[in-house]
Write a protein of this length. Structure first.
Length: 372
């Protein structure tokens, strides 16, 4: 089944390893294309569509606008039941990069549905058999150890969601692209006093950050869990230990915004409020007032991106300003294409790990401002 996503019949098919699953990814519509100038319209150099890699009568259709370079063959493997909300945006980032670079390419997407080991093995085997040596694998760190024991000889595999710091063993033909929350917490520690307080939520990511925080911040006087259903925190914030503290918010952007607002409403004033990439999000400006964000400092590991590339990615519906998974995907596809020989991306890769440098920001009436 094909889906019309833009002119020139651009179509994606998501294929499950144990059962077929197709998901439409909408990058732009014909109406969208008609509203922009010819200069801004996207010219795709080459896209192939594959109906099902596990049957013999797969249909391949290609649209080639111009032949300037060898075909870049890339497989994108992901489990839709777990990371679907990241996958669409990550794929759009890849497409935008190819468009920006003017690359003739062949992209194939495998949906393993879950992180079932058999499905993952089948997807990698199929990609390898069909000649895809460059792979972006959008799996959580939970299965990274398994990924490293399957047969990936001859493949270059980029893992946007895994950091080398968090695994025991690593594979030389794997590149690890996740940001380091540990580095961010250490950077934030520069603004800590001896009265350290943390609010946190119970999730895989926030529990990981919580463990990092407790290992980095000594003299932790108070740790309070913010329940998912809680929206009023009077009893929680009405604690003398929060006054003049270093308050670390290990909470989602929605919870963080409520906490910031209620701290001011109840006239509770920490000395400084800290948070990681978790809250480096433009929504904070619409969810809070300027006075709510006084002394609010955030860590961010996303580097600046070429303006034209950034605009192209934004047009495709992805975000490399605030979404670190999209930025990690950009770093990965650029490295798989030419090892960043053009210097397009400022973030370096050393010993198979993307080397992010966390920076600290405050919020102003106009946006985020880096602390120099």
């Amino acid at each position: 089944m094909k889906y019309l996503i833009s002119f020139l019949l651009i179509t994606f098919f998501f294929v499950g390893c144990s059962s077929k699953k197709e998901v439409e990814i909408k990058i732009s519509t014909k109406k969208d294309i008609d509203t922009i100038s010819k200069k801004e319209q996207i010219i795709y150099n080459s896209i192939y569509e594959d109906i099902n890699p596990f049957i013999d009568d797969s249909i391949i259709e290609d649209t080639i606008i111009k032949d300037t370079k060898d075909v870049m063959k890339l497989a994108f493997i992901y489990p839709s039941n777990i990371v679907a909300k990241y996958a669409k945006s990550s794929i759009n980032t890849v497409l935008a990069y190819f468009d920006y670079k003017g690359i003739k390419y062949k992209l194939k997407i495998y949906d393993t549905l879950s992180e079932d080991e058999m499905n993952i093995q089948k997807a990698f085997n199929s990609a390898k058999e069909e000649g895809y040596t460059n792979i972006i694998a959008l799996f959580t760190p939970r299965v990274t150890e398994f990924l490293q024991i399957i047969d990936t000889n001859g493949l270059k595999v980029y893992l946007p969601l895994t950091n080398k710091q968090n695994i025991r063993n690593y594979n030389n033909n794997f590149i690890y692209g996740a940001i380091s929350y540990k580095d961010q917490v250490k950077k934030l520690f520069e603004f800590s006093n001896t009265n350290n307080v943390m609010f946190y939520q119970n999730s895989f990511l926030t529990n990981n950050i919580k463990n990092i925080y407790q290992s980095v911040f000594p003299n932790n006087r108070l740790s309070l869990e913010i329940k998912k259903e809680e929206n009023s925190y009077e009893e929680i914030i009405d604690d003398l230990r929060i006054e003049n503290s270093t308050l670390f918010l290990n909470t989602s952007i929605i919870k963080t915004s409520i906490i910031l607002s209620q701290l001011r409403a109840y006239e509770i004033y920490p000395k400084v409020i800290l948070s990681t990439q978790l809250n480096y999000n433009h929504k904070v400006f619409s969810l809070t007032q300027v006075r709510d964000r006084l002394n609010f400092i955030l860590a961010n590991s996303i580097d600046k991106v070429d303006d034209t590339l950034k605009d192209t990615i934004s047009f495709y519906g992805a975000d490399v300003i605030y979404n670190w998974v999209d930025y990690s995907t950009l770093v990965g596809v650029n490295y798989l294409y030419d090892q960043n020989s053009s210097g397009l991306i400022t973030t370096r890769i050393e010993e198979n790990q993307v080397m992010y440098k966390p920076k600290l920001f405050i919020t102003t009436s106009y946006g985020f401002l880096e602390i120099k």
